[in-house]
Design a protein around this ligand. Structure first.
Ligand code: NAD
Ligand code: DAU
Length: 380
C-alpha cells in the first residue's frame, strides 16, 4: 500500500506518545505511522492494544541512541516526518541517575537529527515537505516567582481563563522568548536537546519545530507521576507523599488536548518556530491533591474525607522548582488551538479512567506489562 506520508513517532509506547499515535493512526488512515520505542520501564505497548492491528500502524523496538538502526528505519519506511517524544521524563529519576537522561535525551535526539538529515539529504527533494518536530517541556524555562514584581500573587489554584487573567498579570508566565534556565538534570537534558534541534535548523537548514508544554495528566500515565501515583495509593490506602509544604505550583493540561495541539502544529506550524502549549491552569500541589482525594473517594464510594489522613508531608525534592506557568497565546492566536476541558472535568475523567482500568494499574505496578512485547510481538 502506498501511503501519503510516512511518519516516525518516537516514544509512542509512553504516556503522551500513545495518545499521539492513537490520534494519528485513527485520524489519518492515509499516513503510515511508525512507532519507534525502546520499551524502557516507561514504555507499555498495552497502551496501544486497541490500534495495534491497524493497517497503517507499525511498531519498531529500537533505541534512539542506536544511530545505525535509526538510519535503517528512516530508509526502510521512507520517513518524511518525525514527531519526537522518546525521552527519560521523570524528574526524580533524573536526580538519582543523570547519565541516563543525558544519554537518551541529548545523544538520542542528536542521533535522530543526524539520521533525518542524512536520509533527507540523500533524496532528490531533500528537505522539501519534511519535518522534524521535537516535543519539549516548560521546565527548560526554569522557575517562576509566586508574585509579580509589584507583589501581586500569581493566579494559581484557579480556573484562570485563557487571556484575561494573563493580561492582568503582566509578564510572569513562560513565553516562547523566556531565556532557558533549567535546574534539574531532566530539564537540563531537555534544554540541551532543544538547542540541538534549533542548531540543526540554523546550521543545516533542517526543517524543525519545537513545542514546550506544561504538565500533562490523563489516562495511561506511569504511576510514578503525581496524579496516577496518588490515585493508586488511595486505592491501596497508602500514604500520599507531598514534597515539602505542597506549595509548588504546576500548570496542568489534559493529555488529549496536548495530542490535538501536536496534530495541529505538525500540520500547520511554521518551520523553525517554537510554540508553548498550556491551558492557563495553575494549581498549588496541595490544592490539587485535596481535589484529587475528594474526587477519588467519591468515585470509590468512600465517605467524604476517608483518604484525607493519607496526605503525608515528606522531604522536599532537591532543587524543586517553585512555579511553572505557560503562556500559550501564540498557539491560540496563530493556530486557533484551545484546550477542550476544564480542569475539574478532566481530573474527574482521569480518576474515572484509572478506577475503571484498575487492571492496567495492577499490570504496571506488578511489572507484568513488560512481558507484553514478548507475548504479542516476538516472532511476528
Ligand atoms: P514517558 O516516560 O511516559 O514515555 C517515554 C517513552 O520513551 C517510553 O515509551 C519509553 O520507552 C521511550 N524511550 C525512553 N528512552 C528511549 C530510547 N532511548 N529510545 C527509544 N525510546 C525510548 O514520557 P511522557 O510523559 O509521555 O513524555 C513524552 C515527551 O513529552 C518527553 O519528551 C517529555 O519530555 C515531554 N513532555 C512531557 C510532559 C508531561 O507532563 N509528561 C510535559 C511536557 C513535555
Ligand atoms: O512541566 C512539564 C513536566 O511535568 C514534564 O516535562 C515532565 O516530564 C513531567 O514528569 C512533569 O514534571 P513534574 O516534576 O512537574 O511532575 P511530577 O508528577 O513528578 O510532580 C508534579 C508536582 O508534584 C511536583 O511539584 C512534585 C510534586 N510531587 C510529585 C510526586 C511524584 C509530590 O509532591 N509528590 C510526589 O510523590
Amino acid at each position: 500500500m502506498n501511503f501519503k506520508r510516512n511518519i516516525l513517532i518516537t516514544g509512542g509506547a509512553g504516556f503522551i506518545g500513545s495518545h499521539v499515535v492513537r490520534l494519528f493512526v485513527k485520524k489519518y488512515p492515509e499516513y503510515r505511522i511508525v512507532n519507534l520505542d525502546k520499551l524502557t520501564y516507561a514504555g507499555n505497548l498495552a497502551n496501544l492494544a486497541d490500534i495495534e492491528g491497524a493497517a497503517n500502524y507499525v511498531f519498531e523496538r529500537a533505541d534512539i541512541c542506536d544511530f545505525e538502526r535509526i538510519r535503517e528505519i528512516f530508509a526502510t519506511y521512507g520517513i518524511d516526518g518525525v514527531i519526537h517524544l522518546a525521552a527519560e521524563s521523570h524528574v526524580d529519576r533524573s536526580i538519582k541517575d543523570p547519565f541516563t537522561f543525558a544519554r537518551t535525551n541529548v545523544l538520542g535526539t542528536l542521533s535522530l537529527l543526524q539520521a533525518a538529515k542524512l536520509y533527507w539529504e540523500s533524496l532528490e527533494q531533500k528537505f522539501e515537505g519534511k519535518l522534524f518536530y521535537h516535543i519539549s517541556t516548560d521546565e527548560v524555562y526554569g522557575s517562576l516567582a509566586m508574585t509579580d514584581p509589584a507583589g501581586t500573587p500569581a493566579p494559581f489554584s484557579t480556573q484562570a481563563s485563557a487571556g484575561t487573567r494573563h493580561e492582568a498579570y503582566g509578564n510572569a508566565f513562560f513565553t516562547e522568548t523566556t531565556p532557558y534556565s533549567p535546574h534539574s538534570p531532566y530539564s537540563a537534558s531537555k534544554a540541551s536537546s532543544d538547542h540541538f534541534v534549533r542548531a540543526f535548523h540554523d546550521t543545516y537548514g533542517l526543517p524543525t519545530l519545537v513545542t514546550n508544554c506544561s504538565n500533562n495528566y490523563g489516562p495511561y500515565q506511569f504511576p510514578e507521576k503525581l496524579i496516577p501515583l496518588f490515585i493508586n495509593n488511595i486505592r491501596h490506602g497508602k500514604p500520599l507523599p507531598v514534597y515539602g509544604k505542597g506549595e509548588n505550583v504546576r500548570d496542568w493540561l489534559f493529555v488529549e488536548d496536548h495530542a490535538r495541539a501536536i496534530d495541529l502544529i505538525f500540520h500547520k506550524g511554521k518551520i523553525a518556530e517554537t510554540y508553548n502549549i498550556g491551558g492557563f491552569n495553575e494549581w498549588k500541589n496541595i490544592d490539587l491533591i485535596k481535589v484529587l482525594v475528594r474526587v477519588t473517594d467519591r468515585l470509590l464510594g468512600n465517605p467524604a474525607g476517608t483518604s484525607d489522613k493519607l496526605i503525608t508531608y515528606v522531604t522536599d525534592r532537591l532543587g524543586h522548582d517553585a512555579r511553572y506557568a505557560i503562556d500559550s497565546r501564540k498557539l491560540q492566536k496563530e493556530l486557533g488551538w484551545e484546550p477542550s476541558l476544564q480542569f475539574e472535568e478532566g481530573l474527574e475523567k482521569t480518576v474515572r479512567w484509572y478506577l475503571d482500568n484498575q487492571a492496567w494499574l495492577d499490570n504496571v505496578t506488578s511489572g507484568d506489562y513488560q512481558h507484553y512485547y514478548e507475548k504479542m510481538y516476538k516472532g511476528r
